[in-house]
Design a protein around this ligand. Structure first.
Ligand SMILES: [Zn+2]
Length: 251
């Protein structure tokens, strides 16, 4: 199984072991710094820590961590140029599988500018992007994201993440890949399954988004097992359990 969106830096080694033992071979860990960011050096340290330290920590417990780096909308900084320069080099050296997570949260001017710039970098470097949608004002912010993406990037290169039953109608109209985050206080496995049941398994990726917030490191295997219990076809289940992610991120 592949968990397509998590935050390894805020989780314990015990979580990595649990995930691995439950059948997760690979996970994509994304950038998000949960504390105040004074300047770009703090953000750069966070990103380097994920790349160099958390990948090693997880591999000691069997979990193969792939990395997505970028400027999260809650981490927008005054001088993002250093981060952009590093993004080019991480992409060139195949150190990251996507730019992410990026996106919009409060729709500030700075957020929008940084989001657009990172979409342009993805376009230029032919990279994938993982796009966050917020808990509050999800519909309104998603609308803005859907409006901005095609002005900068082929929709097929973007994953719009944290899609739920309230916004699936809008998201499904795009050509983007869609992330289903099964997480306490966010979305239950039953809701993810109802979306897959209605819209098919082709366009979706599953993830736990485990972070410093209430999380379940086993939400992906639990959802996959539930799909098995409900007798969905093996072929469909494999798509969301790992095949879609393997193909999309070339991992
Ligand atoms: Zn996240």
């Amino acid at each position: 199984m592949i968990d397509t969106h998590m935050h390894a830096d805020s989780r314990s080694s015990e979580d990595f072991e649990k995930m691995y033992l439950a059948g997760i071979d690979t996970a994509i860990t994304c950038s998000f710094y949960p504390y105040k960011i004074e300047n770009e050096t703090i953000l750069l340290n966070h990103l380097n820590r994920i790349l160099e330290y958390d990948t090693k920590r997880a591999s000691e417990y069997g979990l193969d961590l792939k990395v997505a780096l970028g400027i999260h909308p809650a981490n927008t900084i005054e001088n993002p140029e250093t981060i952009y320069e590093n993004l080019y080099s991480w992409i060139e050296n195949n150190q990251i599988v996507a730019i992410g997570e990026i996106g919009l949260e409060d729709l500030t001017e700075r957020e929008i500018a940084i989001f657009k710039q990172q979409l342009d970098i993805a376009d230029e470097t032919k990279s994938k992007v993982i796009i966050h949608t917020p808990r509050k004002n999800k519909k309104e912010v998603l609308k803005e994201i859907i409006n901005i993406i095609p002005q900068h990037l082929d929709e097929k290169q973007a994953v719009i993440d944290h899609i739920n039953p309230n916004v699936i109608d809008e998201a499904i109209k795009t050509d983007c890949m869609l992330g289903l985050t099964v997480q306490p206080q966010k979305m239950e496995a039953e809701d993810a399954i109802s979306i897959l049941d209605e819209y098919g398994f082709e366009r979706f990726l599953l993830n736990s988004d485990i972070s410093n917030k209430p999380s379940d490191p086993l939400s992906v295997p639990k959802t996959v097992r539930q799909l098995e219990r409900l007798n969905y076809s093996k072929e469909d289940i494999e798509k969301v359990s790992h095949k879609n992610a393997e193909k999309y991120f070339k991992i």
